[in-house]
Design a protein. Structure first.
Ligand SMILES: NC(=O)c1ccc[n+]([C@@H]2O[C@H](COP(=O)([O-])OP(=O)(O)OC[C@H]3O[C@@H](n4cnc5c(N)ncnc54)[C@H](OP(=O)(O)O)[C@@H]3O)[C@@H](O)[C@H]2O)c1
Length: 266
């Protein structure tokens, strides 16, 4: 699909980070954007600063009824839906032996089940129309697990498999799916845990920009790409891990130090 002034796009996690950059990129192309997240004031401020008329939609993707109402309200206000971006997410990095079950349940509810709730809320509209596109925001951590990120990686791998199957399931329906695998992007995702990030982590001021990623996502949608890895290192790492996890261990140790793959041998 081409993105332009007739595109009606619904973006979850639009109040900050990657979702906010996507909202900017979409609005600059003339699209009407449904801005979904929990922080009403941030969404209203964003809607006011974007060119064009957009729709702030307060909702919680962990709650099926909440996201369903937000999608319904957007469809009523915008007159339909063409592009859905299931981007909302949270991260808690901690060794599993120390991580509370509540954190794991929260990540599961928002990242993984939140994606299911979002897609199930929007899919009937896209199918009825017979065209549309879904973007699922997974992560490089869904391609290769990292120590300290076991539960987060699991939610991102769940999104990956869900979206891979969905892309095939929707063959012939006019609706397609692109899966995005970002590496470390400069956002507030880990702001609450900056003091305890693993040594291998390279996020922060030097990480890739969400604005550059947003532009690449729009291109991937227009090309109907199966997936987008950003930056390209993520693709190389995922491919190498698929062929030889041991070789991926060695490369990661060289690039990120021993903490990235501390167990040696087979
Ligand atoms: N940054 C990275 O390095 C990176 C790398 C790979 C993948 N990702 C993925 O990219 C996505 C966006 O993350 P980000 O880096 O942009 O993080 P961010 O700056 O923290 O933004 C996260 C967004 O998700 C929203 N959100 C969180 N919980 C929600 C809920 N229950 N219901 C609705 N919205 C919710 C937040 O808004 P409210 O708090 O207002 O609800 C916010 O808009 C996530 O899925 C993340 O896993 C990020």
């Amino acid at each position: 699909m081409q993105i332009g002034s007739r595109t009606r796009a619904f973006v979850t996690g639009a109040s900050r980070g990657i979702g906010r950059s996507l909202a900017h990129a979409l609005a600059q192309r003339g699209a009407t954007v449904g801005l979904a997240a929990r922080s009403t004031s941030a969404l209203e401020a964003l809607a006011a600063e974007l060119p064009g008329a957009h729709h702030p939609l307060t909702c919680d993707v962990a709650l099926p009824a909440s996201i369903a109402t937000a999608v319904e309200d957007f469809v009523a206000a915008a007159g339909g839906l063409d592009l859905l971006v299931a981007n909302a997410g949270i991260a808690h990095y901690e060794p599993i032996a120390e991580q509370g079950l509540e954190m794991i349940e929260n990540m599961t509810a928002v990242n993984w089940l939140g994606t299911v709730h979002t897609v199930q809320a929007a899919l009937p509209y896209l199918l009825e129309q017979g065209r549309g596109h879904i973007v699922v925001m997974s992560s490089g951590a869904g391609l290769r697990g990292f120590p300290g990120a076991a539960a987060y990686s699991a939610t991102k791998a769940a999104q990956r498999m869900f979206a891979e199957a969905l892309r095939h399931e929707l063959a012939g329906s006019g609706v397609s799916v692109t899966i995005v695998y970002p590496g470390e992007i400069r956002t507030s995702l880990h702001d609450h845990e900056r003091g305890r990030m693993p040594e291998w982590y390279r996020g922060g001021p030097d990480a890739a920009s969400p604005e550059a990623l947003a532009k690449r996502i729009l291109k991937a949608v227009e090309r109907d790409s199966r997936h987008l890895h950003y930056r390209p290192f993520v693709k190389g790492m995922g491919m190498l891990h698929g062929v030889s996890p041991g070789a991926a261990d060695r490369v990661l140790r060289r690039l990120r130090g021993d903490s990235a793959a501390p167990r040696r041998g087979r």
